[in-house]
Design a protein around this ligand. Structure first.
Ligand SMILES: C[S@@+](CC[C@H](N)C(=O)[O-])C[C@H]1O[C@@H](n2cnc3c(N)ncnc32)[C@H](O)[C@@H]1O
Length: 227
């Protein structure tokens, strides 16, 4: 059976969150950036508007704008209820409350939805699934993965993570992943396996502290650079 939308809970972060999670400098923002698993995040739309170069790849881009909009509407209340229930797992500084979070996420997802048709037409939103990417070797300068790898460590094996990261390193020399925690807030059980294997491949692997922390304790990104 193919990928179906009824298993997906679309929840997209803002441009500013991406900049903070990945510590993106003005220089980084001029690079050719690929976002893996960007879903309904606003990063691609906003960076494009600012003159940057972004492509996003995600299995949900098989669907059209109305299908994605419907799924966001269907799932929004459930996500908000879960956030209220688990408030203690998050740091309420930059985002002060669950209500504010809901507004920020909806604004980001509406930015995505407004851009999606045009962006899909021009090849900025590409349907695809890790661990394989439909791009030529070194098509990008930097690959980002926000809230997909490591976060779903219970569902995705260590081998999946390694294959996905090697594939990301095929299409760009540098990969950044945020966070390195799994859904339960603990460090991903796959982190050591993956970082050891990539270091053995000759990559430089670094855990770098960033200014962004929303999931409690989630303030580090993994930076992998080809040797
Ligand atoms: C929690 S969302 C994160 C969205 C966005 N990166 C953000 O931080 O706001 C996880 C995303 O991963 C996507 N995804 C699921 N399986 C994937 C795969 N095999 N390869 C790439 N993306 C995948 C989902 O469709 C979803 O959009």
């Amino acid at each position: 059976m193919g990928f179906t939308l009824d298993k997906v809970v679309p929840w997209g972060r803002s441009y500013v969150e991406y900049v903070d999670m990945f510590d993106l400098t003005a220089e980084d923002l001029e690079r050719r950036i690929l976002g893996c698993g960007d879903g309904p995040a606003a990063f691609n739309a906003e960076l494009t508007k600012r003159g940057g170069t972004a492509v996003s790849v995600d299995p949900i881009y098989t669907f059209d704008v109305e299908q994605i909009r419907c799924r966001i509407t269907e799932t929004y209340d459930t996500v908000m209820a879960q956030m209220r229930e688990n408030q203690g797992d998050y740091v309420w500084n930059a985002i002060a409350s669950v209500e504010e979070l809901g507004c920020i996420r909806m604004r980001a997802m509406n930015t995505f939805l407004s851009d999606y048709g045009a962006g899909k037409g021009s090849g900025r939103y590409v349907a695809g699934s890790l661990p394989s990417l439909p791009f030529e070797r070194l098509s990008f300068d930097l690959v980002l993965s926000s809230h997909f790898l490591f976060l779903y460590s219970i569902h995705l094996s260590a081998e999946f993570h390694l294959q996905a990261l090697r594939e990301m390193l095929r299409v760009a020399r540098e990969v950044r992943v945020f966070p390195v925690l799994s859904l339960d807030g603990a460090a991903s059980p796959h982190l050591t396996y993956v970082t050891t294997a990539l270091a053995d491949d000759g990559c430089t692997v670094e855990l770098r502290r960033v200014s962004y922390e929303f999931q409690r304790g989630g303030n580090e990104m993994l930076v992998i650079t080809q040797g």
